[in-house]
Write a protein that binds this ligand. Sequence first.
Ligand code: PLP
Length: 394
Amino acid sequence: MNRAWTEFLMRLDDALDEAGELNRRRALRPLGRLPGGRVSLGDGRVLIDVSSNDYLGLALHPKVRLRAAEYAEQLGGGAPASRLVSGTLPEHLEVEQRLAAFKRTEAALLFASGWQANASVLPALIELMAGPVKVFADRLNHASLHAGLAQAGQRQIRFRHNDLDHLERQLQAAENHGRTRLIVTESVFSMDGDRADLEGLLQLANRYDTLLYIDEAHATGVLGPGGAGLAAALPKGAPAIVMGTLGKALGGFGAYVAGPRTLTDALVQRCGGFIYSTAPPPAVLGALDAALDLVPGMDAERERLLAAAARVRAAAEARDFATFGSTTQITPVGLGEETRALDAMKTLEDAGLLAVAIRPPTVPEGASRLRISLSAAHDDQAIDRLVEAIGAIR
Ligand SMILES: *Cc1c(COP(=O)(O)O)cnc(C)c1O
């Protein structure tokens, strides 16, 4: 009889009860994936999934599935070790070279996930800066970016979301004293679906001798030249460390960091999340190899996706719901109070659509919303149905 264990389990129960009372106890809901951006609930019902990040429908693309299966068949279910020990296959280096070419950078490095990349690359970079560092971070940055900066013990100077005037005042106010300065932002914000002004950020970075760290999780595959992300349009030699994820529009799994070869070489020496983690498995490499064949040629799908998002936004705005400056495939429908967001989720579900309510703490109090994210896999009828359902939200 271990009293500490019993008390610990009781404490967990209390925490769960507390979340339940606040109507914030989350539970996992299994969903079967179907073509056309739809899911099956297991009770015979099928919903159109407008909450997925599979923006191009590549996760279920026949070529992606087939090459993932071929790689697994030929190379095995898992990688044998971490990359520096004996886990680097020729296929890892091939995918990294292809990612670098796609991102128009000298080099790229694979990571197990986007969370892991941000949580471990930022601390490694700050350590490599070898001295006091000042970090300027957009207030709406993703939790993984916070996790990385917290892990580094780094204080953040947080600027108002996408407000470059506010950032510039902070850059002016923060006296430099030879510190390395770093601006951390997403290129497309995951909950608002709006874009950072990367050109403007680059100008500020150059004016104030500052580096950029850009998270392209939601831009990769969807925006920028050939779907290469918004940072791919920055001039060559821009002072930018770029990361993005491979489990969203690319339909695979994992993440990359792209930039000069010196950067990726230094991360291979010093980034714990790269060094002490098993190499990505062959099936993932196969999926990514096929996705990288397909993505640059998907301009028509990207255009259709963004046009559908514009329709959905117009429908939300016609009802006076906030859309948070979205200009991308992510269209938030602002509902304010949590209960309204949950009601709206129910309305959409009754209309055959799965749109998950996003509530605090993921978004600020009073900013609950449906985060509608579209996929090129949705047909016009699916978008029609969504537009109609938005009109029916109470
Ligand atoms: C999803 C996401 C991540 C995390 O990526 P995973 O590969 O899912 O761990 C990081 N940053 C942003 C902005 C994201 O949306």
